[in-house]
Design a protein around this ligand. Sequence first.
Ligand code: GLN
Length: 541
Amino acid sequence: MKKTSIDTKYVFVLGGVMSGLGKGIAASSIGYLLKQADVNVTILKLDPYLNVDPGTMNPYQHGEVFVLDDGSETDLDLGHYERFIDVNMTKKNNATSGQIYSTVLERERKGEYLGETVQVIPHVTDEIKTRIKALNSNPTKYDVIICEVGGTVGDIESLPFMEAIRQLSLEVGYHNHMIVHVTLLPYIKASGELKSKPTQHSVMKLREIGLTPDMILCRSEKLIEQAVREKIALFCNVSPDYVIEGIDVPSIYEVPLAMYKQNVGQLIKERLKISKSPRLDNLKKFIHNYKNPKHDISIALCGKYTELIDSYKSVMEAFVHAGVENNARVNVKWVQTEKIKNQEIAQMIFSGVNGILILPGFGSRGSEGKIQSVRYARENLIPFFGICLGLQCAVIEFARNVCGLVSANSTEFDKKTPFPVIDLMESQRAIKIKGGTMRLGAYDCKLKTKTKMYAAYRKKIISERHRHRYEVNNRYRKRLENNGLIFSGVNQDLNVVEAIEIKHHPWFVAGQFHPELKSRVNRAHPLFREFVKASVKQKNE
Ligand code: GLN
């Protein structure tokens, strides 16, 4: 058996009973507690599905696709990891079965396994272990690697991951690993009881594959009484201290505090023999401010997937961060733009709203309504923020209603438009393959001074993350500029527009990039911060 470096400790976060219990938040919160104790920690997500990455999945299937600096399209849990532990992730922090099997199959074709039968054990499990350990490659060496496995224990496709974890746990030894099992205690109203049976069954499933949980995090809507804790402890073979209550809390940022109160940090430290303790003053202050805002504003979020807020997870979190920095509670009004056919409807929908944001998106559904929404914000001096598709809609609106190019459009929405003010970049035209081929990841952008962009960032060169195929068409730049559109950010290497704004408006800014991906709990994104500030001002005036 290959010896693993024993300096690094592993915390495996596995889910039972059902998905959607917040394993990502649990992993992030454990990461937060360790980080605040000066432990050098990172988090890895293993996704058992066969897609190579979530980039080609529908948001209804998967929620938001979280893009990293290096351009990888990853699971939305990586967004939580970055926001909580404030570390930029790389493609090494997310691996799917699709990637793992592709690697093994490529190797087989190259003849690297000549003579062998290629099998799930050991070839696939070895590749999984290699990817977990690879996070530690030079020069970074982590004290703790938290590894979350997507899906639920008992799923056929997650079995190789469970087996790899079983092997790795044995390799590193008792004090170098820990298994945290996140389960659900359903509440039965009629009898007023929390039921522990599903948890017992999911632990049985774990044990069948040779894994024993060290800590059980029980999601529930009610407080867990001592008797229930003891029952779970007895049936699941853990000590009652290690049965942790994961009750619903108003903000995800309270989860580390709730865990801390139940001694989770201490229990992990004892098991993994870590000596330091977390400092949580900043988080306590953040939660206090979050719960006691001075202002209350309403922001309209205009998009396509508004029934599934997971599609815009990072935007929602960015508003939490920016709200706290502005002492404001940001209430969100979801707007399906398909119904906004004219300015009268826009007026009805946006009455009482203090800011309008056009969300990122793909495809033409609802695009005319988005363009109507931009117009309403521009003409009625409502603070406006456009993200990616939001910038493109703002440019189309400006071309139509200010420059007089009445049928201006994006070629994404209308291939035959006579004024393609938004168009495919030259480099995108020949691309036929869908996976991983957009303009992805971090790009530098130069800001014009004396603009709202510059006032927000207070520096000339910024770096933001991208995920799109279309751009402002340079052929129309002069015309748009002559009519008053300000190109406040430009990528000079690619010669493309990255940010726009207009004068004589309280705050009208849009970016071709995704600022929401870089907002952190301890550091609100400058554009969200300024947009919320402008919306608070709009309300108070
Ligand atoms: N659909 C647009 C494009 O591909 C915008 C993408 C986005 O908003 N992320 O350029």
